[in-house]
Design a protein around this ligand. Structure first.
Ligand code: DX5
Ligand code: ZN
Length: 221
């Protein structure tokens, strides 16, 4: 199933609830939360209070992307705050296997994210435990960047590895994703697309529908 996960980092924070409802009405199935700590990535964004506040806005999947150092410290807190799916960076975990176990013990879906230069081999021993792999298609820390093309080759390779292992793992692309490159991204084996500026800059309904149109076209063919 093709899923759009709008990243609220690009939303108008004075109308956050409204814009979330708008993109959900237009077809978004997930809401993507870019949690940044100013250590693992240069930016600082937001944390549990924001998540708690808008949990009541929708029952759609809260897809929480932890771009924080040593995320094992906060798994329970984000689970409590309303996360449905928690993704941690392999590069930010000293004990990745343990953190994946923490997410599952909290009853949430588990994702692992890889920065562009991080090889797929980082997933070798945890892939079978994961609900999703997040392939960063930009270097994390900012919205509005350009997609790095070699990351799509990486996604293609990962989809093949999943097939060989008989895994139905979701593969998410995050960063520089637009309705205009969505087809190419999906053809690389990605089925969960994060759109930040592509959804929230300008007309949220029209931007969301542009992704839905691409999804419908592909699912029809
Ligand atoms: C980057 C974040 C992305 C970003 C996406 O560090 O993980 O989710 O907000 O924003 P766009 O879609 O504008 O590149
Ligand atoms: Zn993200």
């Amino acid at each position: 199933m093709l899923i759009l996960s709008p990243s609220i980092l690009a939303a108008d924070f004075t109308r956050l609830g409204e814009q979330i409802s708008e993109t959900v009405r237009a077809g978004a199935e997930y809401i993507h939360f870019d949690v940044m700590d100013g250590m693992f990535v240069p930016q600082i964004s937001f944390g549990m209070p924001v998540l708690e506040t808008i949990r009541g806005c929708t029952d759609k999947v809260f897809d929480v992307h932890l771009m924080i150092q040593d995320p094992g410290r906060y798994i329970e807190a984000f689970a409590e705050a309303g996360a449905d799916l928690i993704t941690v960076h392999a590069e930010a975990c000293t004990h990745l296997d343990r953190v994946v176990g923490q997410i599952k013990a909290a009853g949430k879906k588990a994702g692992v994210a890889l920065n562009p230069a991080t090889p797929l081999s980082a997933l070798d021993y945890v892939l079978d435990e994961l609900d999703m792999v997040l392939i960063m298609t930009v270097n994390p820390g900012f919205g509005g960047q350009k997609l790095i093309p070699y990351c799509l080759q990486k996604a293609r390779k990962l989809r093949n590895i999943c097939r060989q292992r008989g895994l139905e793992t979701d593969i998410q692309a995050d960063g520089g994703i637009k309705a205009s490159n969505a087809r190419e991204v999906i053809e690389a084996g990605i089925n969960v697309l994060v759109g930040g500026s592509a959804v929230f800059s300008g007309d949220v309904t029209a931007n969301t529908k542009a992704f839905m149109d691409v999804f419908a076209e592909i699912e029809k063919s």
